[in-house]
Design a protein around this ligand. Sequence first.
Ligand SMILES: [Zn+2]
Length: 124
Amino acid sequence: MDIIDRIGETITQVGNAAGQKAKDVSEYAKLTSELHSLEKKQQDLFLELGKRFFEENMDSKDEAVEALKEIAADVDHLKEQIAGLKGGDSCPSCGAVVPKGSKFCNSCGAKLSIFEEEETTEEE
Ligand SMILES: [Zn+2]
């Protein structure tokens, strides 16, 4: 085989290898993107399932349910504190800060009068 043929063959091999590599890279990108989207769906469903389980088992003595209830109470408390710093109330439904004395939440439209009744005027 003469040198020109050998060089030609080498170039072809390198070209094929590069083409295969490009194919592998795009296949890799396709598969990882598919994987991420499936994992996201999986996570969303677990979350939904967990929320449903939580709502259906609020009274159970399951450790995770108990822990979640405690966290929910702490979250509400923190939201109220934050709302207080901003000079408003926290919507018990969505947590948005609303001006003190609001009857409805600006953000989700929830009725807030229940929230007002819970608060006594003994604070000041
Ligand atoms: Zn709200």
